[in-house]
Design a protein around this ligand. Structure first.
Ligand code: SF4
Length: 54
């Protein structure tokens, strides 16, 4: 099972990152943690993340 399959936040955030490695299932950088927390709290939406990463 890949990182992308087990964590939807990785799919949404990390797959757009230059440092993304599919086999690295543990690393969560500060930016990832902040975005994940903001998504969980409803401060931003997945659509806003996708729009920002276009
Ligand atoms: S955890 Fe951070 S550095 Fe690693 S792939 Fe995700 S956004 Fe990029």
């Amino acid at each position: 099972m890949t990182k992308q399959e087990i964590n939807p936040y990785v799919t949404l955030i990390c797959t757009h990152c230059d440092f993304y490695k599919e086999d690295d299932t543990q690393l969560e950088c500060a930016a990832f943690k902040v975005l994940k927390a903001m998504l969980q709290e409803g401060r931003i939406t997945p659509v806003e993340i996708k729009d920002a990463l276009r």
